[in-house]
Design a protein around this ligand. Structure first.
Ligand SMILES: Cc1cc2nc3c(=O)[nH]c(=O)nc-3n(C[C@H](O)[C@H](O)[C@H](O)COP(=O)(O)O)c2cc1C
Length: 262
Protein backbone atom coordinates (compact mmCIF):
# COMPACT_ATOMS: atom_id res chain seq x y z
CA UNK A 1 0.00 0.00 0.00
CA UNK A 2 3.02 2.07 0.30
CA UNK A 3 2.76 4.67 -2.37
CA UNK A 4 6.21 5.65 -1.74
CA UNK A 5 7.30 8.72 -3.17
CA UNK A 6 5.06 10.37 -4.05
CA UNK A 7 6.43 13.59 -4.00
CA UNK A 8 5.48 16.74 -5.47
CA UNK A 9 2.55 17.91 -6.97
CA UNK A 10 2.39 21.42 -6.39
CA UNK A 11 4.35 23.76 -8.42
CA UNK A 12 7.89 24.37 -7.50
CA UNK A 13 8.11 27.09 -5.01
CA UNK A 14 10.43 28.62 -2.50
CA UNK A 15 10.04 30.74 0.54
CA UNK A 16 11.09 33.70 2.60
CA UNK A 17 9.74 35.10 5.79
CA UNK A 18 7.58 38.11 5.44
CA UNK A 19 6.35 40.78 7.75
CA UNK A 20 3.82 39.55 10.22
CA UNK A 21 0.62 41.10 11.26
CA UNK A 22 -0.29 43.22 8.31
CA UNK A 23 -3.91 44.16 8.78
CA UNK A 24 -4.22 44.86 5.08
CA UNK A 25 -3.86 41.20 4.32
CA UNK A 26 -7.14 39.45 3.90
CA UNK A 27 -7.57 37.06 6.74
CA UNK A 28 -4.62 38.33 8.65
CA UNK A 29 -5.04 36.76 12.05
CA UNK A 30 -4.03 39.95 13.77
CA UNK A 31 -7.72 40.06 14.38
CA UNK A 32 -7.56 37.02 16.55
CA UNK A 33 -10.45 35.64 18.45
CA UNK A 34 -12.77 35.58 15.53
CA UNK A 35 -13.47 32.24 13.97
CA UNK A 36 -13.12 32.84 10.27
CA UNK A 37 -15.22 31.03 7.78
CA UNK A 38 -13.28 29.26 5.08
CA UNK A 39 -14.27 31.95 2.63
CA UNK A 40 -13.02 34.86 4.68
CA UNK A 41 -9.83 35.30 2.75
CA UNK A 42 -7.56 33.49 5.18
CA UNK A 43 -6.13 31.44 2.42
CA UNK A 44 -6.20 33.44 -0.74
CA UNK A 45 -4.84 32.16 -3.97
CA UNK A 46 -6.11 30.90 -7.26
CA UNK A 47 -7.72 27.53 -7.25
CA UNK A 48 -5.01 26.21 -9.54
CA UNK A 49 -2.46 26.69 -6.80
CA UNK A 50 -4.39 24.49 -4.45
CA UNK A 51 -4.67 21.48 -6.70
CA UNK A 52 -2.68 18.58 -5.37
CA UNK A 53 -3.48 15.66 -7.55
CA UNK A 54 -2.58 12.06 -6.97
CA UNK A 55 -1.09 11.98 -10.44
CA UNK A 56 1.21 14.84 -9.63
CA UNK A 57 2.27 13.23 -6.38
CA UNK A 58 3.05 10.03 -8.19
CA UNK A 59 5.01 11.80 -10.88
CA UNK A 60 7.02 13.65 -8.31
CA UNK A 61 7.56 10.46 -6.40
CA UNK A 62 8.94 8.79 -9.46
CA UNK A 63 11.29 11.69 -9.88
CA UNK A 64 12.35 11.33 -6.26
CA UNK A 65 13.01 7.64 -6.56
CA UNK A 66 14.87 8.00 -9.83
CA UNK A 67 17.01 10.74 -8.44
CA UNK A 68 18.02 8.80 -5.39
CA UNK A 69 21.58 7.61 -5.45
CA UNK A 70 21.67 6.58 -1.83
CA UNK A 71 21.94 2.88 -1.16
CA UNK A 72 19.31 2.95 1.52
CA UNK A 73 17.52 6.26 1.67
CA UNK A 74 15.36 7.03 4.64
CA UNK A 75 11.68 6.68 4.00
CA UNK A 76 10.23 10.09 4.71
CA UNK A 77 6.48 10.57 5.01
CA UNK A 78 5.26 14.10 4.37
CA UNK A 79 1.96 14.48 6.18
CA UNK A 80 -0.15 17.19 4.59
CA UNK A 81 -2.14 18.38 7.59
CA UNK A 82 -4.84 20.50 5.96
CA UNK A 83 -7.84 19.05 4.20
CA UNK A 84 -9.70 22.33 4.05
CA UNK A 85 -11.55 23.19 0.86
CA UNK A 86 -9.54 25.75 -1.06
CA UNK A 87 -6.50 25.06 1.07
CA UNK A 88 -3.12 26.68 0.52
CA UNK A 89 -1.27 23.55 1.65
CA UNK A 90 -0.37 22.25 -1.84
CA UNK A 91 1.74 25.30 -2.57
CA UNK A 92 3.88 24.76 0.50
CA UNK A 93 3.92 21.00 -0.01
CA UNK A 94 5.12 21.43 -3.57
CA UNK A 95 7.90 23.74 -2.52
CA UNK A 96 9.03 21.24 0.07
CA UNK A 97 8.78 18.22 -2.19
CA UNK A 98 10.94 19.82 -4.82
CA UNK A 99 13.66 20.24 -2.22
CA UNK A 100 13.31 16.90 -0.45
CA UNK A 101 13.11 15.17 -3.81
CA UNK A 102 16.43 16.64 -4.87
CA UNK A 103 18.24 14.87 -2.03
CA UNK A 104 19.48 11.32 -2.25
CA UNK A 105 19.14 10.53 1.43
CA UNK A 106 15.33 10.42 1.42
CA UNK A 107 12.57 8.77 -0.54
CA UNK A 108 9.36 10.65 0.02
CA UNK A 109 5.80 9.47 0.46
CA UNK A 110 2.99 12.01 0.65
CA UNK A 111 0.25 11.23 3.15
CA UNK A 112 -2.39 13.77 2.27
CA UNK A 113 -5.23 14.17 4.75
CA UNK A 114 -7.48 15.23 1.89
CA UNK A 115 -7.30 11.60 0.78
CA UNK A 116 -8.06 10.12 4.20
CA UNK A 117 -11.45 10.03 5.87
CA UNK A 118 -10.98 8.68 9.35
CA UNK A 119 -13.91 9.16 11.72
CA UNK A 120 -13.48 11.33 14.78
CA UNK A 121 -15.04 8.54 16.83
CA UNK A 122 -12.09 6.41 17.86
CA UNK A 123 -12.59 2.67 18.22
CA UNK A 124 -10.52 -0.30 19.27
CA UNK A 125 -12.71 -2.45 17.06
CA UNK A 126 -13.28 -0.46 13.91
CA UNK A 127 -15.65 -1.75 11.28
CA UNK A 128 -14.83 -2.63 7.73
CA UNK A 129 -15.18 0.88 6.37
CA UNK A 130 -12.80 2.31 8.95
CA UNK A 131 -10.40 -0.56 8.38
CA UNK A 132 -10.38 0.36 4.71
CA UNK A 133 -9.51 3.96 5.54
CA UNK A 134 -6.80 2.89 7.95
CA UNK A 135 -5.37 0.58 5.31
CA UNK A 136 -4.78 3.63 3.13
CA UNK A 137 -2.56 5.27 5.63
CA UNK A 138 -1.42 3.16 8.61
CA UNK A 139 1.06 0.92 6.74
CA UNK A 140 2.64 3.98 5.19
CA UNK A 141 3.10 5.62 8.58
CA UNK A 142 4.45 2.36 9.93
CA UNK A 143 6.94 2.04 7.08
CA UNK A 144 8.26 5.57 7.46
CA UNK A 145 11.65 6.17 9.06
CA UNK A 146 10.93 9.87 9.56
CA UNK A 147 8.11 12.38 9.21
CA UNK A 148 7.68 15.93 8.08
CA UNK A 149 4.40 17.37 9.28
CA UNK A 150 3.03 20.18 7.15
CA UNK A 151 0.66 22.20 9.29
CA UNK A 152 -1.21 25.45 8.98
CA UNK A 153 -2.36 27.30 12.07
CA UNK A 154 -6.04 27.37 12.93
CA UNK A 155 -6.98 29.42 15.98
CA UNK A 156 -3.50 29.15 17.48
CA UNK A 157 -3.34 25.40 17.00
CA UNK A 158 -3.16 22.74 14.33
CA UNK A 159 -6.03 21.24 12.32
CA UNK A 160 -8.40 18.77 13.88
CA UNK A 161 -7.90 16.35 10.99
CA UNK A 162 -4.21 16.18 11.81
CA UNK A 163 -4.88 15.43 15.47
CA UNK A 164 -7.32 12.75 14.40
CA UNK A 165 -4.70 11.05 12.23
CA UNK A 166 -2.22 11.16 15.10
CA UNK A 167 -4.73 9.73 17.59
CA UNK A 168 -5.69 6.83 15.36
CA UNK A 169 -2.08 5.61 15.56
CA UNK A 170 0.54 4.96 18.18
CA UNK A 171 3.38 2.57 17.42
CA UNK A 172 3.66 4.07 13.93
CA UNK A 173 5.13 7.23 15.48
CA UNK A 174 7.41 5.66 18.04
CA UNK A 175 11.14 6.24 18.05
CA UNK A 176 11.04 8.25 14.83
CA UNK A 177 12.04 11.84 14.13
CA UNK A 178 9.53 14.50 13.17
CA UNK A 179 10.26 17.78 11.41
CA UNK A 180 7.81 20.63 10.91
CA UNK A 181 6.87 22.73 7.94
CA UNK A 182 4.32 25.36 8.90
CA UNK A 183 2.45 28.30 7.52
CA UNK A 184 -0.31 30.67 8.43
CA UNK A 185 -0.91 34.31 9.08
CA UNK A 186 1.08 36.35 11.54
CA UNK A 187 2.54 33.35 13.36
CA UNK A 188 3.65 31.32 10.36
CA UNK A 189 2.11 28.34 12.12
CA UNK A 190 4.70 28.31 14.87
CA UNK A 191 2.13 28.11 17.64
CA UNK A 192 0.70 25.02 15.98
CA UNK A 193 4.19 23.54 15.79
CA UNK A 194 4.92 24.09 19.47
CA UNK A 195 1.71 22.31 20.37
CA UNK A 196 2.56 19.45 18.04
CA UNK A 197 5.88 18.99 19.82
CA UNK A 198 3.97 18.15 22.99
CA UNK A 199 1.73 15.73 21.17
CA UNK A 200 4.60 13.92 19.47
CA UNK A 201 6.53 13.63 22.73
CA UNK A 202 3.59 11.65 24.04
CA UNK A 203 3.88 9.41 20.98
CA UNK A 204 7.55 8.65 21.77
CA UNK A 205 8.64 10.55 18.71
CA UNK A 206 11.61 12.93 18.53
CA UNK A 207 10.99 16.38 17.13
CA UNK A 208 13.90 18.15 15.50
CA UNK A 209 14.80 21.68 16.45
CA UNK A 210 14.78 23.54 13.17
CA UNK A 211 11.53 24.26 11.39
CA UNK A 212 10.51 25.93 8.18
CA UNK A 213 7.70 28.43 8.54
CA UNK A 214 5.93 30.86 6.26
CA UNK A 215 4.20 33.85 7.83
CA UNK A 216 1.45 35.35 5.72
CA UNK A 217 2.24 32.50 3.43
CA UNK A 218 0.10 33.57 0.53
CA UNK A 219 2.20 36.71 0.11
CA UNK A 220 5.44 34.77 -0.14
CA UNK A 221 4.65 32.79 -3.28
CA UNK A 222 3.87 33.94 -6.75
CA UNK A 223 1.04 32.64 -8.88
CA UNK A 224 3.28 29.86 -10.17
CA UNK A 225 4.04 28.73 -6.65
CA UNK A 226 7.59 30.08 -6.66
CA UNK A 227 8.93 31.71 -3.56
CA UNK A 228 9.67 35.37 -3.98
CA UNK A 229 12.78 35.47 -1.79
CA UNK A 230 14.00 31.91 -1.37
CA UNK A 231 17.36 32.15 0.39
CA UNK A 232 16.14 31.97 4.00
CA UNK A 233 13.65 29.14 3.56
CA UNK A 234 16.15 27.18 1.46
CA UNK A 235 18.61 27.37 4.35
CA UNK A 236 15.91 26.47 6.84
CA UNK A 237 14.73 23.40 4.98
CA UNK A 238 18.29 22.19 4.56
CA UNK A 239 18.88 22.44 8.31
CA UNK A 240 15.64 20.71 9.13
CA UNK A 241 16.24 17.86 6.68
CA UNK A 242 19.84 17.43 7.81
CA UNK A 243 18.66 17.05 11.40
CA UNK A 244 15.92 14.69 10.32
CA UNK A 245 18.44 12.59 8.37
CA UNK A 246 20.74 12.35 11.39
CA UNK A 247 18.00 11.25 13.73
CA UNK A 248 16.39 9.02 11.17
CA UNK A 249 19.58 7.14 10.45
CA UNK A 250 20.54 6.94 14.12
CA UNK A 251 17.17 5.61 15.21
CA UNK A 252 16.88 3.19 12.31
CA UNK A 253 20.31 1.82 13.18
CA UNK A 254 19.48 1.58 16.88
CA UNK A 255 16.21 -0.22 16.21
CA UNK A 256 17.99 -2.70 13.95
CA UNK A 257 19.94 -3.82 17.03
CA UNK A 258 17.38 -3.39 19.74
CA UNK A 259 13.63 -2.93 19.66
CA UNK A 260 12.44 0.33 21.12
CA UNK A 261 11.28 -0.36 24.64
CA UNK A 262 8.95 2.55 25.16
C1 LIG B 1 -10.39 28.51 10.95
C2 LIG B 1 -9.11 29.26 10.70
C3 LIG B 1 -8.40 29.77 11.77
C4 LIG B 1 -7.19 30.43 11.56
N1 LIG B 1 -6.48 30.88 12.63
C5 LIG B 1 -5.24 31.38 12.44
C6 LIG B 1 -4.43 31.71 13.56
O1 LIG B 1 -4.78 31.54 14.70
N2 LIG B 1 -3.19 32.18 13.31
C7 LIG B 1 -2.72 32.37 12.04
O2 LIG B 1 -1.58 32.81 11.89
N3 LIG B 1 -3.47 32.07 10.95
C8 LIG B 1 -4.72 31.56 11.13
N4 LIG B 1 -5.47 31.22 10.05
C9 LIG B 1 -4.91 31.41 8.71
C10 LIG B 1 -4.44 30.08 8.15
O3 LIG B 1 -3.28 29.63 8.80
C11 LIG B 1 -4.22 30.21 6.65
O4 LIG B 1 -5.44 30.55 6.06
C12 LIG B 1 -3.70 28.96 6.01
O5 LIG B 1 -3.62 29.16 4.63
C13 LIG B 1 -4.60 27.77 6.29
O6 LIG B 1 -4.07 26.62 5.67
P1 LIG B 1 -4.88 25.86 4.51
O7 LIG B 1 -5.31 26.93 3.54
O8 LIG B 1 -3.91 24.91 3.89
O9 LIG B 1 -6.03 25.19 5.18
C14 LIG B 1 -6.70 30.60 10.24
C15 LIG B 1 -7.45 30.10 9.17
C16 LIG B 1 -8.63 29.44 9.38
C17 LIG B 1 -9.38 28.89 8.21
Amino acid sequence: MNQTAQASAAPSVSAAPSAAGDPSVPGDPSAEGSAPAPSDGYAPGPTARTAFSTAAKTAAGAKTAAGSGAADPLRLALIVGSNREGRFAPVVAGWFLDRAGARDDFSVDVVDLADVELPTVLSGRPGAAVHAELAKVSPRLGDADAFVVLTPEYNHSFPAALKNLIDWHFTEWQAKPVGFLSYGGVSGGLRAVEQLRQVFAEMHAVTVRDTVSFANAWRQFDDEGRHRDPAAPEAAVTSMLDQLAWWGAALREAKSHRQYGG
